[in-house]
Structures are given as structure tokens and as C-alpha cells.
Design a protein around this ligand. Structure first.
Ligand code: AMP
Length: 277
């Protein structure tokens, strides 16, 4: 397994990759959700192909006052996870490898990014699009894998790749969960014991909504909010029903309606989603 830490070396190595290269972009603190994406990448790369994992806690996608400095960075454990999964290459640059102090160019998607998490995290998706573009240029992958847990991010990356003609296939992996339904996230380790005990209410609320087969989005959202608020430590950031492709709000539930929520437990913000039809 090769570990590359400078942008120049990474770009030189990517000039003409001889094999199919599949990239899994991450911020590290790797868990079973990331591992499932690495396995999808391996399947797609084929035996002779190359699986690359980027590990970069991207300062541009953290809004001021958020958890950038305390975000976990367990380098050795991450290397071990990658080695055990047969990852061929880790790209793990320092922030000054990725950004000039006087940078003035960004990549911005302007429609899907206005919805859901975009409202509570201004600038977040501009940071995501900018870093993903840079990773695509530096690693020149044939395909890249993203998780459905971050459904909006996946939709925005697909839109960006379409709009800007990146010759890269975007693959999606399903959300990996704890036994009690909580979606795995590097941020789960911030939760206190009582917060962790209540956090599965998010998944329960989403499953109840999907099982209700109710067609009125408003009625479903009332029940979802009530269920989540039954957990004393939960503070809803948003609960919305949108079209899975345009992320625009839907009044009536139909094909590809997505229920997406963001919920604070203390300072920790958790997101999850479910397709209703
Ligand atoms: P992150 O390191 O949180 O930026 O996530 C890197 C990638 O892993 C993103 O494409 C996420 O959507 C994906 N991911 C995060 N959590 C999960 C999960 N529980 N199951 C599947 N994929 C996930």
C-alpha cells in the first residue's frame, strides 16, 4: 500500500494510470460505512484495478464555529483499516498541500445546495464541490464512490459531474448502521452515553414514516417530528420530504420521495434519510 502526502507526487502518479482507479473520498476516522464503500470500489475496480482512499479533513466544508479542530484524525488506525481491506493507495495531504492562503477559486453548485443541509451549513457544499473537484484532478479516478447517508452530497456531486463533464462514474453505497439502527458516522463518538442511547430514535421515526404509507407530506412530517421530539435530548434541525433527484419539497408523497432529517444531540448534528416509495 502506497501512502502519498503531497499534491505534486499525487498528480505525477496520476498522469496516466495504467489500471482502472476507483476513489473513495473520506475525512478519515474510518468505520464500517467507509469499509463498505471501499469494498464497492474494489468490486468496481476489478482484480487488476486500483482502489484509492483519500483522507482529508477539508477545512472549506466546515462552517465557522463547527467541529473542524476537534474532528477525529486517527491516522494509524485508518492506515490499518485500509491495509486490511487491500487498499492500494491512500492520499492523505496536509491542508497546506491542498489550499493556497490566497486561494480565490471555488466550485459551486447553486440549486441542490440551497436545500436541506445547505440552509443550516452555509458554504458547506461549496467546500465539498471544491475539494471533490481537486481530488478528481489530482487522482484522475475512473469512478468514485459516495455514501447514500449523505444523500444531498451524492446528488450534488452527480450534478457537478454532469454539469462540468468529469469523465468519472459516480457510484453510491447504502448506509451502514449499528444494530440499533443508528447510521454509522465518525461524529457518533462525540455522543454522550445518554445521547447515544436516544439517537436511534431517528431511524425509528424514519422507518415508521415509510411504513405508514401516508400520502400527505405534512402529516408524515408531523408524526416524524413528534417521534423524534419524544427523545428529550433531540433538537430537530430540519425534517423535510423532497424529491430524491431535485431535492425540492414535495407536498404529496410519490415515487422517489425522500424523507431527510438532521437532528442535534447536544452539539452533535446527525443526519439520516429514507426513500418513502
Ligand atoms: P466522511 O468521512 O464522513 O466524509 O464520509 C466519507 C464517505 O463515506 C461519504 O461518501 C459518506 O457518505 C460515506 N459514509 C459515511 N457514513 C456512512 C455510512 N454509515 N454508511 C455508508 N457510507 C457512509
Amino acid at each position: 500500500m502506497k501512502i502519498v502526502t503531497t499534491a505534486a507526487e499525487m498528480q505525477a502518479l496520476s498522469c496516466r494510470p495504467e489500471h482502472r482507479r476507483v476513489l473513495v473520498p473520506t475525512m478519515g476516522a474510518l468505520h464500517a460505512g467507509h469499509v463498505s464503500l471501499v469494498r464497492l470500489a474494489r468490486e468496481n475496480a476489478g482484480a487488476g484495478g486500483e482502489v484509492a482512499v483519500s483522507i482529508f479533513v477539508n477545512p472549506l466544508q466546515f462552517e465557522p464555529g463547527s467541529d473542524f479542530s476537534r474532528y477525529p484524525r486517527p491516522e494509524t488506525a485508518d492506515e490499518e483499516v485500509c491495509r486490511a481491506e487491500g487498499v492500494d493507495l491512500i492520499f492523505r495531504p496536509a491542508p497546506n498541500e491542498m489550499y493556497f492562503d490566497d486561494r480565490s477559486t471555488f466550485v459551486e453548485e447553486t440549486a441542490l445546495s440551497e436545500q436541506l443541509c445547505g440552509r443550516s451549513r452555509p458554504g458547506h457544499f461549496r467546500g465539498v464541490c471544491t475539494v471533490v473537484t481537486k481530488l478528481f484532478h489530482l487522482l484522475a479516478p475512473d469512478a468514485a464512490v459516495f455514501g447514500e447517508k449523505d444523500f444531498q452530497q451524492l446528488a450534488i456531486v452527480r450534478r457537478m459531474v454532469r454539469d462540468l463533464d468529469f469523465p468519472i462514474d459516480i457510484l453510491a453505497g447504502p448506509t451502514v448502521r449499528e444494530a440499533d439502527g443508528l447510521a454509522l458516522s465518525s461524529r457518533n463518538q462525540y455522543l454522550s452515553a445518554p445521547e447515544r442511547a436516544q439517537a436511534p430514535v431517528i431511524r425509528t421515526a424514519l422507518l415508521e414514516a415509510a411504513a405508514s404509507h401516508e400520502k400527505s407530506a405534512e402529516k408524515v412530517l408531523v408524526s416524524v417530528r413528534k417521534k423524534i421530539e419524544s427523545a428529550s435530548l433531540a433538537q430537530i434541525d430540519y425534517a423535510e420530504i423532497v424529491g430524491a433527484d431535485d431535492l425540492q419539497p414535495r407536498l404529496t408523497i410519490g415515487p422517489r420521495s425522500l424523507l431527510a432529517v438532521a437532528v442535534f444531540f447536544g452539539r452533535t448534528r446527525l443526519i439520516d434519510n429514507i426513500l418513502l416509495e
